[in-house]
Structure formats: C-alpha cells, structure tokens
Design a protein around this ligand. Structure first.
Ligand code: SAH
Length: 518
C-alpha cells in the first residue's frame, strides 16, 4: 500500500491476506511489510512471531485468532465473519498468517465470504516454512543428483484418523517429500512409505521451529524417524524432509553455525528509532524482537528552549551538549522552527555516544567532542577540561537528565549551565508483547543501551520478575540500573553496538545456548 493508495472508507474496507513468512521476521516480503505498516486491524495466528508486531502501527487493533495448546480461540467461521465485519466498517484489515497464506493456511476459505460480499482483497504471498525451514537447515529441497521434484504434504489426519496420502505414488515419484503438520503422525508416514517400498536408509530430517532462534535440525533416516523424534523430544511446528537431500543438512549447515544461533534478544527502544542493533544481531543469527517501550514526547510550548535558541543564535553559548539521538531530534526540530543551522555557528558541540554523533551528522553537524566513556560523569569531567571560567553551556535534554554531568561541569569557575528539559519519556509496552512469557525464557536476553532504557523497560513491565531477566548492558550506568532491579547482568565496557553484540555472544556461550541444535 503506498501512501496515496486509499480505501473508500465510506463504503467498504479492504482485506489483505498476508504471509508472515516462516518465523524469522526479516523473511516477510517488502509488500507484506508495507501493508502491515498501514493496517488498521490485524488478525494474526499462533505461528506469527511477536517480533513481527513491531511492524504494525501502534494504534492498530490486534486480534489474536490462533490456537493455543490445541484450543481454537476462534473457529474458522468466526474468523471469516470477523474479516467481513471489519472490512464492512471500512477498515484496512490485514489477515496475517504464518508462512504462505495459501499453503495449508485455509486462506482460500477466508476469501469466500469476502467475495460473496464484494469486499476488495489482495493476496500477499509469503515465504513458506515448507521450503524455508529446510533452507535454514541447509537442505535444498530439490537437487539434480537426488530428486526430480518436491512434494509438499500435510500429515494432518482425516476425521477417520487416517492419512489421505497415496504413499505408493509418493514413493514412486522420486521426489523429495516435505511433510507439514506431521509430528503426531510420523509413525503413519514412516509405515506408509516403508510399506510402499521406500528404503529404510533414505535420509530424513526434522526441522523444528525453523528460521527461529529455537531452530533444531535432527538428521536421521526413514527407518529411525520416530525414534529420533522421540529421543529428542521433537515438537511442532516442524517440517519433516524425506529424500536424499535431507542428508545434505550436515554438509550445508549454515544457520546453525552463526555465532548467535540459538539466542533470542529483546531489543527495547524508543518508538521512532530503527535499530542498528537489531539488524546486527540478526545478521549473527539471533532472533530479535524489537519492543518499543519508550515514547518520546517533546515538551510543548517550551519557552525556556525558545529563549535558549535565541541566545544561541546571538553567540551566547560556548558549548551545546547533546546526550541522546532523541535529544538531537527534538532540539534540532525546535531550532529549525525559529532559526536555522547558523544558530550553532558560534558554539562547539559535545555528543554523548555514537548514536548521538550520528544523529547530528545526519543534520550536517560534526560533534567537536565525544567522551572516552559514554556516561554523564565522564562527559562532564572531560568537557570540564575544555571549558574556561565564565563559559555558558546549553544542555537541551530529557527531563530526567543525569545530574553527574552538571556536577562535573560546575567544578569550573563561573560556568553557567542551562540544563533545559526538552522532552519526556513515557514508558509503556505494546499490547502484543507478553513480557512475562517472552523475556524470561532460557534462551532470551534483554539488550540495554542506556540506563533510561532499563528504567523504561522496568516501568513498562512493573510486574515482571526481574530476577529472571538476563540483561546485556552497555556501560556501568546501564548495568547499575539493571542490577538495582535484580536482573542478571553482563556488561559491555566498550560503548559500541558491536561490543554489545560480542558480550551477548559471551553470555550465551556461558549459558551453553549457542552452537548447533542447542
Ligand atoms: N502456511 C504455513 C503452513 C501452515 S500449517 C506455511 O506456509 O508455512 C502449519 C505447519 O507449518 C506446522 O505444523 C509445521 O509443519 C509448519 N511450520 C510452520 N512454521 C514452521 C517453522 N518455523 N518451522 C518448521 N515448520 C513450520
């Protein structure tokens, strides 16, 4: 949906049937992402991973329509009617389904009622688990040395308990066989294929929770399929691949060898920031859930800031100190309202941290100084050395700014510090994120890049048992805040995202989470 693609809200809305992909959030299509970003209602399934929800606007209505522990929360008819009802209200409705919406996804059924009622719809295909889970396990579903094609089957029983599968034809096809929904019928699948003459030593692989941090790849052969599943406690969602190509999992294993394979990271961040950290961690194989917990609200009608900008333009400040990327944005937005970049010509600029420096650089400003450590005290102490008595310093920043900065600066004689609150941070977690369940999992870490990030997270989820939270933190201030809440803490001394990612890797290694099939 592009911005100018409108829906006639006076009459009927529109439904987009969107494939969410197999699990790894970055495997949604560009079209799917665009459509989600404009959704007013999102009806989603159990297989849709939480991380996907950060692509949905805050004010969208989220409706869970999946199964939990075997209970249908919503019957198919109810889902069909819901889509119709919301579309009739004139809404942009996204029906988000795991994998591809038409592959064992009942996508066709969901369209019937819409067609009957003349509701406009669009299908956004998705990357199916049938191919993506094998791919992440290093299994090419076709390969000229092994097969002629691939058959994708469901292992779901018919109401009479049997499988509706022509095993003779399958065994004779020479195809790679991929079974979905087959974990409770593995014995029937094995017996059917052996009975049809397929050799017991035909390679087989079970790919559990493919493309997610919990991905496990169990390689075996047809004869031992059930033993392997049982011994390893294999569970849904999983695909079972049978055929020569399954043996390649051990050769082409790539996902399993990424450094952060097996690790889930919760990245908390202000809403409007796109996270470099998230993409870095994903690249290294972690599953990342981006949870926006901090909203930035600029102080309205900020007279103190307006006065300061006037003084700045008159050359009244020797230094301007910016302590966060959000601080830069709010300050520069205000500055551009009443003045322009030349207002900064007479002053030098200190930036706390690389993110702040980068945000300034985007606006054509190079910071004059960055402290060696990214905390308020170090910034204060190091900047103090550059000040001369009588200098005036402007610090436009969050209302709850760190006071150690001011204490250090005030050690210089006659320094005037104008510490002006420019924005408030409001903490609340998104409704789709079940912190109690998600954060405390064994394989999950919370990543924190600032003390205010820890506070924001803690304020957003006050009922959480923080002793179960494994926090990987940049710098001592951040770590201290996490420790204060009783979290288990790993500190990255160097204040870069790369160092933070390294520390996460060490923490995960310590806990035995990384490595193949852990
Ligand atoms: N439309 C979906 C399939 C829905 S049927 C798709 O195209 O992927 C549900 C089945 O999909 C599960 O029982 C399992 O067999 C498979 N599945 C879904 N996600 C999976 C994943 N991440 N890893 C392995 N199998 C998965």
């Amino acid at each position: 949906m592009s911005n100018n693609e409108t829906v006639n809200t006076e009459k009927k809305g529109k439904v987009w049937l969107v494939g969410a992909g197999p699990g790894d959030v970055s495997l949604i299509t560009l079209r799917g992402r665009d459509v989600l970003a404009q959704a007013e209602v999102v009806v989603y399934d159990a297989l849709v991973r939480g991380g996907m929800m950060s692509l949905v606007p805050d004010d969208a209505e989220l409706i869970y329509a999946g199964k939990r522990s075997g209970n249908h929360t919503m019957k198919q008819d109810a889902i069909n009617s819901l889509l119709l009802e919301k579309a009739l209200e004139g809404k942009r409705v996204v029906r988000l389904k795991g994998g591809d919406p038409f592959l064992f996804g009942r996508g066709g059924e969901e369209l019937e009622l819409l067609v009957e009622n003349g509701i406009e719809f669009e299908i956004v295909p998705g990357v199916t688990s049938a191919f993506a889970a094998p791919a992440y396990a290093g299994i090419p579903v076709t390969h000229r040395d092994f097969c002629r094609g691939v058959s994708v089957m469901t292992g779901h029983r018919r109401s009479n308990g049997s499988l509706d599968i022509d095993f003779g034809a399958l065994a004779a096809s020479g195809n790679t066989l991929v079974f979905l929904m087959g974990m409770s019928t593995l014995d029937l699948i094995r017996d059917g294929l052996l009975g049809a003459g397929m050799p017991g030593d035909t390679p087989a692989a079970i790919v559990e929770s493919g493309t997610t941090a919990s991905q496990r790849v169990l390689t075996t052969d047809l004869a031992h399929l059930c033993e392997t599943a049982e011994e390893n406690g294999a569970k849904a969602p999983a695909v079972t691949v049978i055929g020569g190509v399954a043996g390649l999992a051990d050769v082409y294993c790539w996902r399993g060898s990424l450094p952060l394979n097996g690790v889930r990271a919760i990245v908390t961040r202000p809403k409007e920031l796109s996270s470099g950290l998230a993409s870095m961690l994903r690249r290294d194989g972690a599953e990342v859930i981006e949870v926006p917990v901090i909203d930035i609200e600029p102080v309205r009608g900020n007279e103190a800031l307006k006065d300061a900008i006037e003084l700045l333009a008159d050359g009244g400040y020797q230094w301007v100190v910016l302590t966060s990327p959000s601080g830069v944005r709010v300050f520069m937005d205000e500055l551009m309202k009443t003045s322009d970049l030349r207002a900064l010509a007479g002053s030098r600029i200190a930036a706390l941290g690389k993110g702040t420096e980068a945000e300034l650089a985007k606006r054509g400003i190079h910071a004059d100084m960055l402290p060696t450590m990214y905390d308020g005290r170090t910034l204060g102490a190091e900047l103090a050395k550059l000040l001369v008595p009588g200098d005036r310093v402007l610090i436009p920043r969050a209302a709850i700014g760190n006071k150690a900065l001011n204490r250090e600066l005030s050690k210089v004689n006659d320094v005037i510090i104008d510490d002006i609150p420019t924005y408030d941070t409001v903490c609340r977690g998104p409704s789709w994120f079940n912190a109690e369940k998600e954060v405390c999992e064994d394989d999950t870490f919370a990543m924190f890049t600032s003390a205010s990030g820890v506070r924001g997270f803690a304020d957003a989820y006050p009922d959480l048992d923080f002793s179960k939270v494994k926090a990987v933190c940049i710098g001592n201030m951040t770590a201290a805040e996490a420790e204060k809440r009783g979290m288990k803490v790993w500190i990255s001394e160097e204040a870069t995202l790369a160092a933070l990612a390294d520390r996460l890797k060490q923490a995960a290694d310590e806990l035995g989470l990384t490595g193949i099939n852990k």
